[in-house]
Design a protein around this ligand. Structure first.
Ligand SMILES: [Zn+2]
Length: 417
């Protein structure tokens, strides 16, 4: 990144992302995109550009541990009429909408190809820092198998060919599972996503059914670890969650049907839960707002999971499972990510805990804590400032008009420098 000079952010209230009590009247000094110091009081070093946030709450940029930037709610006809390249263009628009919401880092759980990440990193388009999965490994007929009942496979961009940016991800057995991981890593995957249960938005699978045997999951985990990658598992069914946890998967996505036994196991192993509470809510909202846009079988499954999901989340909070914020957006509209914090607060977190889950803990879950997640010297300046006190009312984070400052990697995306 080019020399960006020195920026002094005059912070009214500072929430640093660690869970520590807020500090009043500090100056955050940023040099060439890196936070170099936090001073008491407001003063602007010589030659520095000041950002006056003295009436605002300053905090780390939000981190969404589960999005699909390449996905948006769309019906079958629309999906069939979208060329791959149009999908890439849409992905870039979705990335900008996400950054507009104060989300400065995302972990993409499947769909976003390497070229999009490279374009964002090179500053060709505005968007969050991205950690990509490229695709998600699934067993035949599982949540990630896009074969329809007519036999048509919906992902024409997926091929078992060296030139494809989207390797084939439907794998069965230990050997294919290993090959699947290796192909995803070759295609640029920062972490490996797998499906250890069925899901809501796939026609042939059921959220209550498992995906993959433990031997296959262990092979995926070991292969990912050998390459220094973490694993994230779409897991809704109890048995599918437990299979993933005991096989060493690093984060459980959705976790719809948790049990006390699973929660204790997750605490003992340090497994993250990325609840994505807003995802089934959006399936039902879409069905209500635009009948016909969501297939009846998905609506029925959405209704079934939403109650269990909330109960599971509350249990996880009470039993001390480590929670990282994620939305599954693409299922809901990109840019509405902060609603998840409000839903987590309804589900038992304090506003401060919801912020920590969306900053320092999410950074660890996404393996970017050496870069971002708190406001501390030595980290990159991914910083937002909001008009109001999110600890008094967590919903204000959803109001883009109140979001006055968005700094990503030290670059003032809002206000524009
Ligand atoms: Zn997802």
């Amino acid at each position: 990144m080019a020399n960006q000079g020195t920026i002094a952010i005059l912070a009214g209230t500072l929430i640093d992302g660690t869970g520590a009590d807020p500090r009043r009247h500090t100056t955050i000094e940023v040099r060439d995109g890196e936070i170099v110091a936090i001073h008491d009081g407001h003063h602007v070093p010589a030659g520095a550009t000041a950002i006056d946030a003295s009436g605002l709450t300053v905090m780390p940029g939000l981190i969404d541990s589960h999005v699909h930037l390449a996905m948006r709610p769309k019906g079958l006809e629309d999906r069939l009429q979208t060329p791959y390249s149009l999908g890439v263009a849409e992905t870039l628009v979705n990335a900008r909408a996400t950054l507009d919401a104060g989300v400065t880092t995302v972990r993409d759980a499947g769909g976003t190809p390497r070229g999009v990440k490279m374009a964002l990193e090179r500053g060709l388009f505005p968007g969050p820092r991205v950690r990509i999965s490229v695709g998600a490994l699934s067993q035949t007929g599982g949540h990630g198998d896009a074969t329809t009942m007519s036999g048509v496979h919906l992902r024409a961009d997926t091929a078992d060919a060296p030139m494809s940016e989207h390797p084939w991800t439907v794998v069965d057995g230990v050997d294919e599972a290993r090959r699947g991981v290796r192909q995803l890593i070759r295609a640029g995957a920062d972490q490996i996503k797998l499906m250890t249960s069925g899901g809501v938005m796939s026609p042939g699978s059921d959220p209550g059914r498992t995906g993959f045997g433990r031997d296959e999951i262990a092979a995926i985990v070991n292969e990912a670890r050998a390459a220094g990658r973490t694993t994230m598992s779409h897991a809704q069914a109890s048995a599918g969650i437990l299979n993933a946890v005991v096989s060493g998967v690093d984060s459980i996505e959705h976790g719809v049907y948790l049990t006390e036994e699973i929660c204790h196991e997750m605490v003992a192993r340090g497994t993250y839960l990325v609840p994505t509470l807003v995802a089934p809510l959006w399936v039902l909202r879409r069905a209500e707002r635009d009948p016909g846009s969501v297939p009846a079988w998905a609506v029925a499954k959405g209704r079934t999971v939403v109650v269990a999901h909330k109960e599971s989340f509350r249990m996880a909070v009470e039993l001390g499972v480590t929670i990282a914020m994620g939305t599954d957006h693409g299922v809901g509209p990109h840019g509405t990510n902060a609603e998840e914090l409000a839903v987590m607060v309804e589900g038992g977190l304090t506003p401060m805990q919801a912020i920590v889950a969306s900053t320092s803990v999410a950074a660890k879950c996404c393996r970017v804590d050496h870069l971002v997640g708190t406001i501390a010297p030595g980290l990159r300046a991914d910083i937002i400032a909001i008009d109001g006190d999110p600890l008094a009312d967590i919903t204000i984070l959803q109001d883009h008009a109140r979001l006055r400052v968005i700094l990503q990697d030290g670059h003032a995306y809002k206000p524009l420098a």
